[in-house]
Design a protein around this ligand. Structure first.
Ligand code: MGD
Ligand code: MGD
Ligand code: SF4
Ligand code: MO
Length: 747
């Protein structure tokens, strides 16, 4: 019997917990926290309690896991499959894709990606070599707007979400004196930030939370600003107004290092707390107090989450947040918002070979005319000065020059601006997580070729022509420098075999794109046979292999260096922090943040507001689920068996909905059912519905598609271009108008 013990990095979610995986004859025996690993700047205590991790064996050997490549034999969505070999799968996919690209051009292929738990740089490499600019997915609404707006404003992105958190220092008093949490619920989504928030609070940290819901962080906070959903820009520009009017800003830093202060001051001169109070429903004195607290408790840290990123005016709100950071002198200082700079790896942008995507093909990126910030025009403009300053781009190219998903799904349906006839889905589940899934469904079903790379038959996989079984984090090595924005590098070993003859035959996403790519004439560009060899190459600038990197602890964090602008300036066109964004201006947009009422609110649509009187927030994170995952892992599902709707008890009473009753939630786009949960922490005119729900236990064939129409909140969300952010194209997931009524019976 061979017993092995390996040091892996868990990828069931994002914190990159370091796990000791023990196996016997290649079979998983146990997973536990790994103390022998080099400490990754903060340890992560809740591993033992992590239900997702504890379900690892159930996941690995789940009876529903797809273990061999599958090819559709019946009609699309009929649920009839045959098992085929990898060679057959690669040959047929390459051949069918080749035929389609010959007919329509390589841009006929779209690739969907998700929250980033796999090696998307090799997916990007495949796409760039093939010549398609149409990578789509969640980047528009998850993290890419933050990277791009950060890089446009500061010349690099500030990012602390998974790796770094509030700097509490090592003394009795918190090093960071104030933390501003905007639209983020760390107690559910961001364990390290949550731990450091609580630790900091016990050491005198002042906490300001901006959230329409009373989250655990809001309970802990010194100040909780319960704003009306969708009004962050109004609130943040009012804080800027107070800071400028009361002269609380850092005059020295602003004078030396900020571009456009006078224009900013003029722009926000009307944005008084009283003005913002009428919009946000947060009392004016609380806004003033928040501005004072943030500006005078130094150093201060800030972070925004998806409550801000999932808004129609997300870019404006982020820009306002970054302005606050800069004018208060909290940028790149110890305990404040840190600009990490690039890591020592070959960058992910280089790995994707994005420079090999011909100019003409870049111009075909769908959405490029309208949404220029996150597509090629913004990418080129921003990264030019970033690269000049830092030597490397601040991006994972596959997520910062992306096609606009809602327009790509429309192209699948209409053939405009040109036919998109094929798609590959990697590490994503668009039938559940993309907005407006009724449209996504019709679009995916209309394709000539649809290939899904996943572990299970998700509702998306059920619509595929081929389903390819991927190796999980336990079955592949790991290495990451957090999307090319953070200098920390994490690595892990492969702990289990990806294939055991007669039992299962999985491949990494890397091997799958390589396999198809080689058959499409890309052989020269795939010199590495395994993911580990590809990692070896990325480590060449550091002069070691993946194995050697693991031998040195599997973690590298260069010592922090602050105020780097004093040596190198800021990587923006003006070399300063762009309060007034010359980048936005050049792209044809407003260079300063301005609040606009959301496309679907009781104020912008009073008539609709009468029919649909409640404001709907979707997708607030909750334990133990991770997006649409884990619904089929019994031990996890038992802890949270049903989809929940949070509703104020007063509203529920008026609607005759008792705590625990099933209720319909309806928007203009459709309706779904969830179990109601009375919650004082939302205003009477706001409800919150979870996202990610499908029911793996229901049949896969149509019309069921594992219950994808039952409780999937993205039946309700909007994705029309008019609803999207004007600069980035991000779609709104935290604002919509709905009505709620009791569901008479369930099932
Ligand atoms: N209404 C609403 N919608 C939302 C949100 C919201 O708040 N509200 N949140 C949005 C956000 S921020 C995000 S990031 C997205 C998430 O959107 P997705 O990333 O699409 O969501 P997941 O459920 O994580 O889907 C991942 C799928 O990939 C599979 N998978 C996991 N790891 C791997 C891997 O390594 N390789 C491969 N090939 N497959 C893998 C899983 O089995 C799962 O089926 O959802 C977005 N959608
Ligand atoms: N358990 C778990 N953890 C996760 C995930 C998961 O699925 N499950 N997903 C991961 C991913 S990919 C992401 S992107 C992160 C996201 O994690 P977070 O950034 O925490 O995002 P959410 O939980 O979607 O929303 C955060 C808060 O925004 C609030 N909010 C809603 N509307 C508004 C608004 O208009 N303004 C403001 N200021 N706030 C608003 C919500 O009430 C919510 O409390 O979580 C990651 N962590
Ligand atoms: S699932 Fe649990 S152990 Fe794995 S990365 Fe997430 S929090 Fe860490
Ligand atoms: Mo996300």
């Amino acid at each position: 019997m061979t017993v092995e013990s390996k040091r892996a990095v868990c990828q069931f979610c994002h914190p990159q917990c370091r796990i000791r995986v023990t196996s016997e004859n290649g079979h998983l025996v146990s997973v536990e926290e790994d103390d022998s690993f080099a400490k990754a700047n903060t340890t992560f205590p809740p591993v033992k309690a992590c239900l997702r991790l504890r379900g690892a064996r159930e996941f690995m050997y789940h009876p529903d896991r797809v273990n061999f490549p599958r090819k559709r034999v019946g009609e699309k969505g009929e649920g009839k499959w045959e098992t085929i070999s990898w060679d057959q799968a690669f040959d047929e996919i390459a051949q069918r894709l080749g035929k389609l690209t010959a007919q329509y051009g390589p841009e006929t292929l779209a690739v969907t990606m998700g929250t980033g738990r796999s090696t998307s740089e090799y997916m990007g490499r495949f796409c760039n070599l093939l010549g398609t600019p149409n990578v789509i997915g969640q980047s528009h609404i998850c993290y890419a707007p933050c990277v791009v707006t950060g890089a446009a404003t500061f010349g690099w992105a500030v990012r602390h979400r998974t790796v770094k958190a509030i700097d509490t220092g090592s003394g009795k008093e918190s090093l960071t004196k104030c933390a501003l949490l905007i639209g983020i619920d760390p107690s559910q989504s961001t364990p390290r930030l949550w731990k450091s928030s609580r630790d900091g609070k016990a050491m005198g940290l002042r906490l300001i939370v901006i959230d329409p819901r009373k989250t655990q962080a809001a309970e802990l906070a010194d100040l909780w600003l319960q704003l009306r959903p969708g009004t962050d820009t109004a609130l943040l520009t009012a804080m800027i107004n107070v800071i400028i009017r009361e002269k609380l800003y850092d005059k020295d830093f602003v004078g030396k290092w900020c571009h456009g202060f006078d224009s900013l001051a003029e722009r926000v001169s009307q944005c008084t707390p009283e003005w913002a109070a009428a919009i946000t429903q947060v009392p004016a004195d609380k806004i003033t107090e928040a501005a004072w607290m943030y500006a005078t408790s130094k150093p201060a840290f800030s972070i925004h989450g998806m409550g801000t990123e999932h808004l129609q005016d997300c870019v404006e709100a982020m820009h306002a947040r970054f302005i606050l950071v800069a004018i208060t002198g909290n940028l790149d200082v110890e305990g404040g918002d840190y600009l990490a700079g690039p890591s020592g790896l070959v960058s992910s942008a280089e790995t994707t070979l994005d420079r090999m995507l011909p100019e003409g093909q870049r111009g075909k990126q769908i959405g490029i005319d309208r949404f220029r910030l996150l597509s090629w025009p913004g990418r080129e403009l921003i990264q030019e000065s970033v690269k000049r300053t830092w030597g490397k781009e601040c991006s994972l190219s596959s997520i910062t020059a992306v096609a606009h998903a809602p327009l790509v799904y429309r192209a699948m349906l209409t053939g405009k601006p040109y036919p998109v006839r094929a798609a590959i889905t990697m590490a994503s589940n668009p039938m559940v997580t993309q907005a407006n899934v009724k449209l996504v469904y019709r679009a995916l079903k209309s394709l000539d070729l649809y290939v899904v790379l996943d572990y299970f038959m998700t509702p998306s996989a059920e619509l595929a022509d081929y389903v390819l079984p991927v190796a999980s984090w336990m079955e592949r090595p790991y290495m990451r420098d957090v999307a090319g924005t953070d200098s920390d590098i994490y690595a892990g070993e492969q702990a289990l075999p990806a294939a055991i003859p007669g039992e299962y035959d999985h491949k990494t996403d890397f091997e799958i794109f390589r396999g198809i790519g080689i058959r499409m004439g890309q052989e020269k560009y795939w010199p590495w046979e395994t993911l580990e060899q590809a990692f070896d190459f990325r480590l060449t600038p550091m002069g070691m292999t993946h194995k050697e990197f693991m031998a040195r602890g599997g973690f590298h964090s260069p010592p922090a260096r602050y105020k780097k602008h004093e040596q190198i300036g800021f990587g923006t066109p003006t070399g300063k922090v762009e309060l007034y964004s010359t980048v936005f201006e050049k792209l044809g947009y407003d260079p300063l943040p301005r609040y606009r009422e959301d496309f679907e609110s009781p104020v912008s649509r009073p008539e609709l507001g009468k029919e649909y009187p409640l404001m709907l927030i979707t997708g607030g994170r909750f334990h133990p689920m991770y997006h649409s995952d884990h619904r089929n892992i019994d031990s996890v599902r038992r802890r949270h068996p049903d989809p929940l709707l949070q509703i104020n008890p007063e509203t529920a009473r008026k609607l005759g909905i008792a705590d625990g009753d099933w209720a319909w939630i309806e928007t203009r786009r459709g309706r779904i059912r969830m179990k109601s949960c009375h919650f004082e922490g939302v205003a009477p005119n706001v409800v919150h519905a979870e996202h990610g729900w499908w029911f793996p236990e229901l049949p896969g064939e149509e019309p069921w598609l594992h219950g994808v129409w039952e409780s999937n909140v993205n039946v309700l969300t909007a994705d029309e271009p008019e609803a999207c952010n004007a600069l980035s194209g991000g779609w709104p997931l935290k604002t919509a108008l709905c009505r709620v009524y009791k569901a008479k019976e369930y099932k």
